[in-house]
Design a binder for this molecule. Structure first.
Ligand code: ATP
Length: 522
């Protein structure tokens, strides 16, 4: 018969220990020894604070309080000069000091009660002859990294604890430490990183990043036809452009780093309610791809089922542009046949197509893909589109025919092949389960609260990065009409069909380098 308590031993039942008579001097010696050991341990744990306090006292003893005031004033002055002269080396030290201060005055002060009340401390019953007591074990904060808006604590798990147990308490911890949001990230073993977001670093619109015109050929001012400088692009410049297709800059992550999306070798789905800012992610990608379009390494095949309302402004950059259901069906069929021809050529030679001028990366962009999958009434067209899209999504990555699509409603009934998009972005949603539909089960629990994104923050959303299951909060850069006009004028390919070209003359100085203008806009 298996034991009632499994393999775990029952805690020892407190018993009254036999009394042992010891001489008083031995008792005093033991108490003094224990006190000394505790004092040494405390000093070692708080060595920086102890050293600072002793140093301060010695200084006051030698030079008086006035001397201490002069010393502090001098330190502040040195800090200011250092900041002005060499900010790059000043800030890491300043943030380190700020982190130590927050550790001492915020986290360590409330750590023990927080751990007890969230059940993250372990209490073991122990007996001392006369009474039952508890030995308490607290998770230790091993390091802290602070910035303007985030504190990251690296905490060592107690034996038997799991990162999931910590993730469950994230909301409680957020309230204890008065943070706006708390996320728990697991390390491979023994440690979790508890991230407290104090301020929202994404409340202000993000300016678009400078475009990498890496071969120095420069843009084409005002879209001057004819003599296109891209025709002299160097092969190293082309290499940089091809590499850039794996990380197209579209905005900023919550920690201040650049948010990029891969286009080469991947399909991208952008999901969000109406007004969530899907357009800014799409335009961010189109803008980021523009230098490669100009170099002939990328072809944009754009479908705008909204009749061209959203994307027509970029038309000179597009190799193909379709706005009606039947022309979109033709475009998708052509993309499938290009993909199949290319697959036949590449089979056995390479596992991932490298864009060249002869065989560029084809990016099929679809705004509101649900108009093609769920809301098409013509059965024949619906069948054609329903056959082409899954083919592109399941086979197009390797031969370089990729899909970038936006959708409002991410449910399976609306977008049956949602899971064929390896990269997915969840902008503001209307329902609680939608973040999980887009990013995968458990994403909301790990922090992707897409339905809580305020309407006032279009372009804010969540993404998953590099197989990491913890969602990252991001904001797309705001690409306004002026910026679109500049990019179209600067990067439209030499072969662009005539037709309509946006009038950007107002945005360009005659004698200025148009790329400078772009950078300034960024
Ligand atoms: N990244 C952003 N930063 C700041 N403002 C933005 C951003 N993206 C969009 N906006 C603002 O929000 C408005 C709505 O954005 P957008 O049209 O891109 O939403 P959408 O998700 O495409 O909506 P719909 O599905 O209705 O077309 C824009 O007109 C713009 O003013």
């Amino acid at each position: 018969m298996s034991r009632i308590n499994g393999d775990q031993r029952f805690p020892r039942v407190p018993t009254r220990a036999e009394k042992v008579r010891v001489p008083l001097w031995m008792l005093l010696l033991a108490v003094a020894g224990k006190g000394l050991a505790l004092a040494v341990r405390g000093c070692w744990r708080h060595r920086v604070a102890v050293a600072t306090a002793i140093g301060g006292l010695l200084f006051v003893h030698r030079f008086g309080l006035l001397g201490l005031g002069v010393l502090l004033g001098g330190l502040v002055a040195v800090g200011v000069v250092w900041w002005r002269v060499h900010g790059r080396s000043f800030w890491p030290v300043a943030w380190w000091l700020w982190g130590r201060a927050r550790l001492t005055f915020v986290y360590q002060r409330r750590w023990k009660p927080a751990m007890v009340h969230t059940d993250l401390a372990i209490r073991m019953p122990a007996s001392t002859g006369d009474q039952v007591t508890f030995d308490e074990y607290f998770p230790r904060i091993r390091s802290i990294r602070s910035s303007r808006s985030v504190d990251v604590l690296r905490v060592e798990l107690l034996p038997g604890q799991t990162p999931a147990a910590w993730a469950e308490q994230a909301e409680a911890l957020r309230h204890v430490f008065r943070a706006r949001r708390c996320q728990v990230h697991a390390e491979t073993f023994r440690f979790v990183r508890v991230v407290f977001h104090r301020h929202d670093s994404l409340t202000r619109p993000v300016p678009p990043a400078a475009l990498d015109d890496s071969d120095g050929a420069g843009p084409d001012p005002a879209g001057a036809a004819g003599d296109h400088p891209r025709s002299i692009r160097s092969s190293s410049g082309r290499g940089v452009l091809v590499a850039g297709l794996s990380a197209v800059p579209v905005g900023r992550c919550e920690d201040g780093s650049a948010w990029t999306l891969p286009v080469r070798g991947s399909h991208v789905l952008i999901a969000g309610a109406t007004g969530a800012g899907k357009g800014s992610v799409l335009w961010g990608l189109l803008r980021g791809l523009a230098p490669a379009v100009a170099a002939g390494l990328v072809e944009l095949w754009v479908c705008d089922p909204k009749g061209g309302m959203e994307l027509a402004f970029g038309r000179p950059l597009f190799t193909r542009f379709a706005t009606t259901t039947d022309t979109i069906a033709d475009l998708l069929d052509d993309a499938v046949s290009r993909m199949q021809t290319r697959t036949a050529t590449l089979a056995g030679n390479t596992r991932l197509h490298t864009p060249t001028r002869e065989e560029p990366l084809i990016v099929v962009v679809v705004d509101e893909i649900a108009s093609l999958t769920a809301y098409v009434t013509d059965r024949e067209l619906k069948k054609r589109i329903g056959a082409a899209l899954p083919l592109l999504l399941s086979q197009g990555r390797a031969p370089g025919v990729v899909v970038v699509a936006a959708v409002q409603d991410p449910r399976k009934e609306v977008l049956p092949f949602r899971d064929l998009f390896p990269v997915r972005v969840a902008l503001r949603m209307t329902e609680t389960d939608q973040a999980d539909l887009v990013l995968g089960n458990g994403a909301r629990e790990r922090g992707a609260r897409a339905e809580e994104i305020p309407r006032a923050l279009p372009g804010v959303g969540y993404v998953l990065h590099d197989g990491n299951p913890d969602p990252i909060r991001v904001r797309a850069a705001y690409v306004d009409d002026v910026e679109i006009g500049r990019v179209v004028a600067h990067y439209r390919p030499a072969s662009a069909a005539g037709g309509w070209t946006p009038d950007v003359s107002n945005y360009l100085d005659d004698d200025s380098d148009p790329l400078d203008g772009l950078d300034q806009a960024a």
